[in-house]
Design a binder for this molecule. Structure first.
Ligand code: ATP
Ligand code: MG
Length: 596
């Protein structure tokens, strides 16, 4: 069993696979999970040691850690031993630049091998890594570099010219800009990443690392407001390891592909760290989204576990609808793929049905946040999959549902909250702090951090329903919930119902003020290719909504919009739909897809 081969001198303490949910949950402790990781020889805990060096010193040394598919489809591999040497070089580069413990290293890169070297080399040096979306415009980049106290930035010449050069003076703390690939010589104030790497030694001893040392800084997606900088520590690797075993079922022989951009937390925790800790081969796709390309990579690379997002699945659904024809997916051999996991947004039941019918595969929803640092609630193979549900809390995760106040959020009286216990309940989702990847702060915003806790719980800001059997169902973000004629309506329910109509590709629902009801539901709908937005279709969708949802919840108004505003991580930004509708200020637009 791989647990024994990886941890040669540590007996398997945690059951490595979740086959019996109830038993595993009742027996699980985080300290046992921690003991199952190797740890540094001197007793510390460092993410990069668990992800790379440990394997480089084992039977996995010559195995492909990364398999990179370039834009032109050429494929190259990086073994665990090579990754250990490359990351040692980068740690030495940082040391030679005087960058040390706790200093912030930012990346502004697409998916490329150098990204992995930078991330893991930074962690080896006990510096802090903060990834940025390469699609961010100049202002969001400068804003985050300043807020995150950036000392080093690793990027490319093209990205530097377009997104950093002009604003560089506004980030005085940024001492070093390292340019991957050609072009550094033409850019004053930068140095060549490649030259520094080839001059650096390829061995490095990881300095003492406390599990509480800051490792990663992640900005949230900005779906509901200005992005917050969530602080994570090295101990988080314990949670990455365990949750990737339980929710993603990773084994060393897996070929694993996570499509999340490395600029957000999924791309880091489950795109880089967790899979490498499990010793799998990670697919690194340098290309852009394209249905045919994705099916081809899944087939040709024999991907076994695929972690993606509802927005990506909806794009595949548009290209290959359930009504057929199934020629595109059938022209690739997807037989190696065991299941698809999805995160980031509610997974509409229609997507689960589509996965079953078109690909013959289960689609597992996962719920978590930048703040939680790891998957918290998931559909797992060991339990019944309920389409439209997020699943059940993983072992080690204590979740509850809190009674809501008028504003939809948990009711807090004198610092106390009330858990709702009856069999089928709705309210704000809360989590008992204490899991290893729990965020340790919002950078420079203690007040906001403190406000996220009450009565011994972390309040997630998400509203859920827990059914009588303990499955959690996403209702909406507290900020997005629509209050209409005394009901709280979750936009997800409305959007999922509309998506079952064959003409609808995607939907976003908001509340529009109404003198009688307080608010009525208005839905913005994007249509499948080839479908015309006509008044007849509008009437048909209104009637369809009423039939599915009943008159109290159904949209009163439908607007066609082929470009629903989304974050770069693919989440519908209902706050922008609302702001546009009501003529309100748009607020922070830094994570809006398509913005400069
Ligand atoms: P911000 O906090 O800046 O508004 P954000 O909440 O979108 O942005 P993330 O931390 O990237 O930033 O996303 C976490 C949120 O995404 C969750 O709180 C939840 O609202 C939503 N989410 C994630 N996974 C799921 C899921 N499986 N089902 C429903 N919603 C999900
Ligand atoms: Mg959030």
């Amino acid at each position: 069993m791989h647990w024994e081969t990886i941890h040669k001198d540590t007996a398997p303490v945690v059951p490595p696979r979740l086959t019996d949910y109830d038993r595993t949950r009742s027996e699980f402790t985080w300290s046992q999970a921690r003991a199952a990781l190797a740890g540094l020889p001197d007793g510390g805990l460092n993410m990069a040691h668990e992800a790379v060096d440990r394997h480089a010193a084992s039977d996995l040394a010559d195995k492909a850690a990364l398999r990179c598919v370039a834009r032109n489809d050429s494929v190259s591999t990086v073994t665990y031993a090579e990754l250990a040497r490359g990351t040692a070089r980068f740690a030495n580069v940082l040391r030679s630049l005087g960058v040390g413990h706790g200093d912030r290293v930012f990346t502004l890169l697409g998916r490329c091998p150098e990204l992995y070297t930078t991330v893991l080399g930074t962690l080896k040096n006990t510096s802090v890594l903060c990834p940025l979306f390469s699609a961010f415009g100049p202002d969001p980049v400068a804003q985050r570099l300043r807020l995150g106290d950036a000392k080093v930035l690793v990027t490319t010449a093209a990205l530097y010219r377009r997104k950093v050069a002009e604003r560089r003076a506004s980030v005085p703390g940024l001492k070093h800009v390292l340019i991957v690939g050609p072009g550094a010589e033409d850019l004053p104030g930068t140095a060549s990443f490649d030259d520094l790497m080839s001059a650096a030694p390829d061995t490095f001893t990881i300095p003492p690392t406390s599990p509480d040392d800051m490792a990663l800084l992640h900005f949230t997606s900005g779906t509901t407001g200005t992005p917050k900088g969530a602080v994570h520590v090295h101990e988080a690797v314990v949670a990455h390891y365990v949750t990737a075993a339980y929710a993603l079922d990773l084994h060393p022989e897996d070929v694993y592909w996570c499509t999340a951009d490395p600029g957000w937390v999924t791309g880091m925790s489950y795109g880089i760290i967790a899979p490498l800790v499990h010793g799998v081969t990670v697919i690194v796709d340098e290309g852009d989204y394209d249905a045919r390309r994705w099916y081809r990579i899944l087939g040709e690379q024999r991907v076994t576990v695929w972690y993606t997002a509802p927005t990506a699945l909806r794009m595949l659904m548009r290209a290959t609808p359930r009504e057929g024809p199934y020629d595109l997916p059938r022209s690739y051999d997807l037989s190696a793929l065991r299941f698809i996991a999805s995160v980031g947004e509610p997974l509409n039941p229609e997507a689960v049905v589509w996965g079953r019918d078109v690909l013959g595969l289960p689609v597992h929803d996962n719920w978590w946040q930048t703040e939680t640092g790891c998957i918290m609630i998931a559909n797992i193979a060991a339990c019944e999959i309920r389409p439209g549900s997020m699943g059940r809390p993983l072992p080690g995760v204590e979740a509850t549902v809190l009674k809501q106040g008028e504003d939809g959020r948990a009711l807090v009286i004198d610092g106390r909250v009330t858990e709702v216990q009856s069999p089928d309940v709705e309210g704000e989702l809360a989590l008992r702090p204490g899991w290893p990847s729990m965020f340790r702060g919002y950078l420079h915003d203690k007040e906001r951090y403190d406000a996220a806790f009450a009565g011994g719980w972390y309040l997630t800001g998400d509203l859920v329903r827990r059914d009588a059997d303990g499955w959690y169902w996403f209702v909406g973000r507290a900020d997005d919930v629509i209050k209409s004629a005394g009901h709280l309506i979750g936009p997800f329910e409305v959007e999922s119902a509309l998506m079952e109509h064959p003409s609808v590709a995607e939907a976003g629902a908001i509340g529009r003020p109404d003198p009688v009801a307080g608010n009525v539901v208005k839905a913005f709908v994007s249509l499948r290719p080839g479908v015309e937005p006509t008044p007849e279709l509008e009437r048909e969708l209104l009637a369809f909504g009423r039939r599915k949802l009943g008159p109290a919840v159904a949209p009163r108004e439908i607007a066609f919009d082929q470009n629903l505003p989304k974050t770069r991580s693919g989440k519908v930004m209902r706050r922008l739909l609302r702001a546009r509708e009501l003529g309100l200020p748009m607020g922070d637009l830094s994570t809006l897809e398509g913005s400069a």
